[in-house]
Design a protein around this ligand. Sequence first.
Ligand code: AMP
Length: 283
Amino acid sequence: MIICETIADVRQKISEFKRKGKRIGFVPTMGNLHEGHLSLISASKEECDITIVSVFVNPTQFSSGEGFEKYPRTLESDQEKLKDLKIDILFLPDENQMYGSSSQTLVLVGGTISNSLEGCSRPEHFNGVTLIVTKLFNIIAPDVAFFGQKDAQQARIIYQFVKDLSIQVVLKVLPIVRESDGLAMSSRNTLLSKENRAIAPSMYEGMLEGAKAIRDGETDPMQVLAIITEHLICFKEIEIDYVAIIDPVTFEEVEEINKDVLIIGAIFLDNIRLIDNYYVDRN
Ligand code: AMP
């Protein structure tokens, strides 16, 4: 595994592979790697000749007080995992490499996909994501980039700006990897107390109950949301940020459930913010 800490170095290594006609797969991460990340890396290894993983905790996607400093950083064990997986290049830039002191550019995606749900709760977040992913795409120029459905809104926004800016990359969005009790794997799970970790899967349980109601014929999103929130309010520790039933493409809330929908939500457990979603196929 080659480790590159600078943009110049990673570009040079990649150009050697490209000269040999290799297909480049890219998995951007913020580290603290778990099975969710590893599923993306395995997919890249399967589909591409060369797999590049970046680990960079991106400051611009955290507002102040959102836990940038507390974000779990486990570089040593991440490197071990990546070595075991035999990835080709680990890109490990620091803040100075990625932003320098004079960065003044934003990549703004408009519309409901940006301005709803996570975009309302974390107003700066997606501007940080679009900027860092654009920069990483420009640096790596991958043939294929792999993202998780766990961050469904993020994946949708990335799809939009890749299309709008004519960036030449194929995007692959892979299913959510869950713990055995249903909790979506997330680096933030390690920050939960033992008690809160035990109740954290309740969002997934609530979404499953909602999905069952839809499959049983419920078409009123309000009724489905009531089922989900009733499940969540059983736990006084849970503070619901939002739960919504949306069109998976437009991210508009649906008025009637008559086609595929995405149940999507965010909760706080003692200030730790957890997100999850569940795709309900009506066929
Ligand atoms: P992060 O390190 O949290 O920025 O995540 C890096 C990538 O891994 C993103 O594309 C995430 O959507 C994806 N990811 C995170 N958690 C999971 C999971 N539980 N299952 C699948 N993909 C995930």
